[in-house]
Write a protein that binds this ligand. Structure first.
Ligand SMILES: Nc1ncnc2c1ncn2[C@@H]1O[C@H](COP(=O)(O)OP(=O)(O)OP(=O)(O)O)[C@@H](O)[C@H]1O
Length: 632
């Protein structure tokens, strides 16, 4: 193999440039070996080469640079070995004619001011490439390290994300890229630092990303979607509604509106809730002033407005659509809102529409829909999916039968009840029955259910919030999203229809970092969901008798049936009602009972009469048939 020895050349940049020149004149296997005699600053050398490159062609440059340099073409086996052994070894370079080359360089550059040569710096092109590669590798390593740090922070906060280019979670409110007034409002609410869902969801939504977020009950999901929306809308405009927040109940919508008002203080945003449908029919139509920005409502009311001809509200300018309690709104059937949701989605047909879904529980139906319909979707999960908050101490209590439930509750009261307490029952009738029972026990109690008027419902919620009512009996209506501060105890008087319902009911306690307790009564009739609910308890670190976890898994059909219609239960009554009624009223009640009895007696007699007539007709018919056969 031919080898060249170039003596007395320059530093690294000089060498590599020279090599390029040499390549241009097609010199094969050029291995420059060089040493400096004096120190030249690399900047000046660069300037020098730029000067040369501009003025001369490659051959000229080569000639100029190699002037006076001796090239040895001798075939030297030792040299060959060296060549193979190492790319370039500074210690074994032959130095010839260094001075003359140095002088020449100085001469050429003398026009370009002063030059200082760095002595001892020798690099080959391969080394240069290696350095470049190293730099790239270091950069990759740095990026990986950064990613690892972010992942570590996410793990610490139990955040998991699925999606592309997910921004870093914010550590403090100041890391949110929001205006100072929003941070001030957050601080006014006594929020010290963002909750994990806020840490991840806020930066995501601020970047305009569509998200499906799942985080435990009471973990601040409301502020997580309100902050970016408020930031996005900035101030009031005359475009009609630009953000829409859907909630499953009016109580939750009102609560969200309150929080939105608090967080957007000073911005002048007009936040509306559809409370009176008649007023709404004329308030938001196309002929109105369009001076409104955020609409918070239930799907039913909004659909009613959309169905008017022409529609009584326009959703064309909606930029953010938030579906709170997404899994509930995606439920089909009479209790769900799926059909209404489809109509609303159709009405929000603006180009800029982005969707955010939030819930404490996750269902595959929602996830599937999001994957198919939300571009650039990011899924954010805090903690374990469909798990109850670990701030609540949960207990399953076997009470034998329906009477046992009342006895168990009275026992809890005897041991000492620390209000506020929420009691969940399966129907409005049972809510009323339990209310009638407890009111005679001298407990400061009220009930809320769909049969009560809007005003009654609002007053009850207000009284409970203000501490005028200690025990609130409610149905599934209040299980989702409603935030009563400091609920100490949740009692599932009637067993929840599903594990998801259990998670939401229990989640009314243990909110915003506070601790709480939940007791769930069960009888022998409640075994269908016992196993799955026992698993929820176990996952949130509560003690569960092992037999519950190994109960036979009930079929999906059985569980679905239970979700659709609650099981039949005995009425909640411990004594005959007339025993509790005094004086004249009691006698009246006895009379009513007698009449009822008489009614049933006459009813039985009527039934007997009918049966007799039926039997008689059947006999006659049979006789006729016999006669017909005989004739034939
Ligand atoms: N960063 C924060 N620091 C302290 N408290 C907060 C913070 N963010 C929200 N909260 C408070 O936490 C409570 C629960 O918040 P929120 O109602 O948003 O919970 P949620 O996750 O929506 O619950 P659910 O799933 O039951 O609807 C509220 O009282 C709210 O004011």
């Amino acid at each position: 193999m031919k080898s060249w020895t170039l003596l007395a050349v320059s530093n690294f940049r000089l060498t590599s440039l020279l090599q390029k020149c040499v390549e241009k004149v097609k010199v094969v296997n050029f291995k420059p070996k060089c040493v400096f005699s004096s120190v030249v600053s690399s900047n000046y050398i660069l300037k020098f080469f730029i000067h040369l490159l501009v003025k001369m062609d490659a051959f000229d440059i080569f000639k100029k640079l190699t002037k006076g340099v001796t090239f040895s073409r001798k075939h030297n086996p030792r040299e060959k070995k060296e060549d193979q052994k190492t790319d370039y070894d500074v210690n074994e370079i032959k130095i010839e004619n260094v001075k003359s080359e140095d002088e020449r360089v100085e001469n050429v550059i003398s026009e370009e001011n002063q030059i200082t040569l760095l002595s001892g710096l020798q690099r080959s092109e391969k080394r240069g490439k290696k350095r470049k590669r190293d730099d790239e590798q270091n950069e990759v390593k740095m990026r990986m390290l950064e990613k690892e740090k972010i992942n570590h922070y996410r793990n610490k906060n139990n955040i998991s994300v699925v999606g592309r280019h997910v921004p870093e979670p914010s550590k403090t409110f100041y890391d949110f890229k929001v205006d100072p007034d929003i941070i001030e409002n957050l601080q006014k609410c006594n929020f010290e630092e963002p909750t994990p869902i806020q840490k991840q969801a806020v930066p995501l939504m601020l970047e305009g990303r569509q998200i499906l977020a799942c985080a435990p009950t009471g973990s601040g999901k409301t502020a997580a979607f309100l902050v970016p929306i408020i930031m996005h809308l900035k101030g009031p405009e005359r475009k009609g509604f630009r953000a829409l927040i859907l909630c499953p109940t009016r109580e939750l919508a009102k609560q969200t509106q309150r929080e939105c008002v608090r967080l957007s203080e000073g911005r002048g945003l007009r936040i509306h809730i559809i409370s009176k449908i008649k007023k709404a029919l004329t308030q938001y139509g196309s002929s109105s002033s369009q001076k409104f920005d955020i609409l918070i409502t239930t799907p039913n009311r909004l659909c009613y407005l959309l169905k008017q001809d022409p529609p009584a509200v326009s959703l064309k300018n909606i930029e953010w659509l938030v579906i709170d309690e997404a899994d509930k709104l995606f439920e089909t059937g009479s209790r769900g809102f799926r059909e209404q949701l489809d109509e609303i989605l159709k009405a929000c047909d603006g180009n800029d529409r982005k969707i955010a879904m939030f819930s404490a529980t996750y269902t595959p139906v929602v996830a599937k829909w999001c994957v198919h319909n939300m571009k650039g979707l990011v899924r954010v999960t805090v903690g374990q999916r469909n798990a109850a908050t670990d701030l609540v101490d949960q207990e399953l209590l076997f009470v034998g039968n329906e009477q046992g439930k009342l006895l168990a509750f009275r026992d809890i009261v005897r041991q000492g009840l620390s209000p506020p307490v929420l009691i969940f029952v399966q129907s409005k009738e049972r809510a009323q029955q339990l209310f009638n029972e407890l009111i005679y026990d001298g407990i400061n109690v009220d009930a809320i259910h769909a049969d009560r008027t809007q005003l009654q419902r609002d007053n009850t919620v207000k009284a409970f919030r203000e501490g005028r009512i200690w025990v609130l009996i409610c149905t599934e209506l209040m299980a989702r999203g409603v935030d009563f501060k400091g609920v100490n105890l949740v009692i599932n008087y009637d067993f929840p229809p599903s594990a998801i319902s259990y998670v939401h009911r229990v989640g009314r306690a243990g909110r915003a970092g506070r601790k709480g307790k939940a007791i769930t009564f069960f009888t022998i009739d409640d075994t269908v969901n016992l196993r799955s609910i026992a698993h929820v308890l176990k996952e949130s670190g509560c003690e569960v008798p092992p037999y519950m976890l190994t109960l036979k898994k009930k079929s999906k059909q059985e569980r679905k049936k239970l979700e659709k219609s609650a099981p039949k239960r005995d009425d909640i009554i411990t004594k005959p009602i007339y025993e509790r009624i005094k004086g004249g009223k009691r006698n009246k009640f006895k009379e009513i009972l007698k009449r009822e009895k008489a009614k049933t007696k006459s009813g039985i007699a009527e039934k007997r009469k009918k049966r007799k007539a039926f039997l008689l007709r059947r006999k006659q018919f049979q006789k006729m048939k016999v006669v017909e056969r005989m004739v034939q």
